[in-house]
Design a protein around this ligand. Structure first.
Ligand SMILES: [Zn+2]
Length: 99
């Protein structure tokens, strides 16, 4: 399971870093969409989001799991089971718990 540190994709203003290449940016947007969707419904732990799976050709949507305010956000595709974890999302502009 891939685990990413959201802060590593951001610049000093808290936005998605311009130094990322096209593919990395696409993933950064994907991850921030997931953080927004998961934190919007918190403290409900499971969110069936509107975020499309990032795998080419997959028509699945992303489901998230967030049990505690300081936990990693776990995500998985409902169809292809592509999945991962996101850490260090707390306090970013996509964190609807802190805002
Ligand atoms: Zn998928």
């Amino acid at each position: 399971m891939e685990s990413i540190n959201l802060i590593s994709l951001l610049d000093e203003t808290g936005g998605i870093s311009d130094s990322l290449n096209h593919k990395e940016k696409k993933y950064a947007v994907f991850f921030t969409d997931i953080v927004g969707a998961a934190t919007k419904v918190y403290p409900i732990p499971i969110s069936k989001t509107d975020v499309d799976c990032i795998k080419n050709g997959c028509k699945g949507r992303i489901e998230t799991l967030l049990k505690g305010m300081r936990d990693e956000i776990q995500w998985s595709c409902t169809i292809c089971h592509h999945k991962g974890k996101i850490s260090n999302w707390n306090g970013t502009r996509w964190d609807f718990i802190s805002s």
